[in-house]
Structure formats: structure tokens, C-alpha cells
Design a protein around this ligand. Structure first.
Ligand SMILES: [Zn+2]
Length: 232
């Protein structure tokens, strides 16, 4: 009960996630030291790409939450960039600024995967908070095998599955934002063909962390299904 065969795979996925995380940091810092030839800041790049796409109503703010806290907030229609991205003009700054604007473009164009992801968010958030509690309550108070226990655990698995689905849908959304970022940077002449390789490395490393954490979540879901599904 305490060590499940699936834990071995989860441990490997965890290692992969840690490795991907360090790769993101390394690539970010490596290309943060290389200035792009365009000599333009992340803020300027973000504004130009937004305007180019007719997104004049999307605002850009400097976020104070530290490195790699960059994100797009669809409710406030605001791109928030961390200090080094906002005022920096390195390859990393340009890559991340353009990626976050990629999400704003998805939102502006009504990109279906982003809509689906936004719709899943409440269930996913509830799932990641409530599922462990429901497993515990179902298991301790009613016992696996009792009808009520199985029902509570079943709801827990359902909610956890919503959280996993949310992570799965995040993958194409992130990939698409990076694809848009690379296209816009090249089309608007902000990066040369040579600099494009650095942009890709920064963005691909970030995508890898999403893949690794999603893999972990999928394996965890399979483990729950294997444990509780068998005991019915
Ligand atoms: Zn993103």
C-alpha cells in the first residue's frame, strides 16, 4: 500500500521535472547575458507585437514577483513582465515577452484550446485542492469497498482527472504561444536568423517543464485508478 509500482515511474518523472526546471534556469540565464542586435526592450517588443495584431487595448505591466513570474492575465487583459524581461534587451527578454504576448493573441483571436483551458480552470483548481481530502475521507471514514467510501473516492478521482486534463490542455496552448512568438519576432525583424536558435532554446526549455509536470500528474492519476479501481 505504501509503495506502489507506479511510484517508480512517478519518481523518474519527478527527476525529469527537476532536470527540466534547471534547464530553464540555465537557458534563461545563458541567453539573458546575450544582447539581441535589435537593441529593443521586452516592453517595446511586446507593445509592437500587440499593436501589429490590433490588440491596442491590452496593457503591459512590470510584475514585482521576481524572475520567471511573467504571464498574461486574460481578465485584466494585461501582459505582466518581470523586471529583467520588461526592461532588458537580451535574447531571453525578447523570447519571454513575445511568448506572453502570444497568449494575448490567442485570447484576442478566441483560440479554442485557450477557451477550453479557461473553462476547465475552476474544476481543475477544485480538483487539485479537494481530491487528496476526498481520498482520505473516503478511505478513513467509510473504508474502501463500502458504497459510500467508493462514491467519495470516485468523486475524488473525477476531480483529480479534471486537474490532469487541465495540464494536458496547457501543453498545446504553451506550444502555440511559443510558435506565435517565434513567428512575430522574425516577421517584425526583432531577431536575426542566428538569434532565432537562442529564442527557441529558451522557449523549448520552458515547454519541457510543462511536459514533465503533466507526465507526473498523469502517472499519479493512473496510480489512483489502479489502487482504488482494483478494490471495488
Ligand atoms: Zn505560456
Amino acid at each position: 500500500m505504501f509503495f506502489h509500482p507506479m511510484d517508480f515511474l512517478i519518481f523518474i518523472a519527478f527527476g525529469l521535472a527537476m532536470w527540466a526546471q534547471s534547464k530553464v534556469q540555465n537557458n534563461f540565464h545563458k541567453y539573458a547575458r546575450i544582447q539581441a542586435s535589435a537593441q529593443i526592450t521586452g516592453l517595446q517588443v511586446a507593445r509592437r507585437i500587440l499593436d501589429q495584431n490590433g490588440l491596442y487595448d491590452v496593457t503591459i505591466e512590470r510584475s514585482n514577483r521576481g524572475d520567471l513570474s511573467d504571464h498574461y492575465d486574460p481578465r485584466a487583459k494585461t501582459v505582466r513582465l518581470s523586471g529583467p524581461v520588461y526592461s532588458g534587451s537580451s535574447i531571453s527578454s525578447l523570447a519571454i515577452a513575445a511568448h506572453e504576448v502570444g497568449h494575448a493573441i490567442q485570447h484576442g483571436r478566441g483560440y479554442a484550446m485557450l477557451k477550453f483551458r479557461t473553462a476547465l480552470f475552476p474544476a481543475a483548481q477544485l480538483g487539485s485542492r479537494m481530491a487528496p481530502l476526498l481520498f482520505l475521507v473516503g478511505f478513513l471514514f467509510f473504508g474502501v469497498g463500502s458504497v459510500l467510501g467508493n462514491q467519495v473516492i470516485g468523486i475524488g478521482i473525477g476531480l483529480f482527472a479534471a486537474a490532469v486534463l487541465f495540464q494536458l490542455v496547457t501543453l498545446p496552448v504553451e506550444y502555440d504561444a511559443s510558435r506565435r512568438a517565434k513567428n512575430q519576432l522574425l516577421e517584425l525583424g526583432f531577431v536575426t536568423n542566428n538569434e532565432q536558435a537562442g529564442i527557441s532554446r529558451v522557449l523549448n526549455a520552458a515547454a519541457l517543464t510543462y511536459v514533465a509536470s503533466t507526465l507526473m500528474a498523469v502517472l499519479q492519476l493512473l496510480k489512483f485508478i489502479m489502487i482504488f479501481g482494483r478494490r471495488r
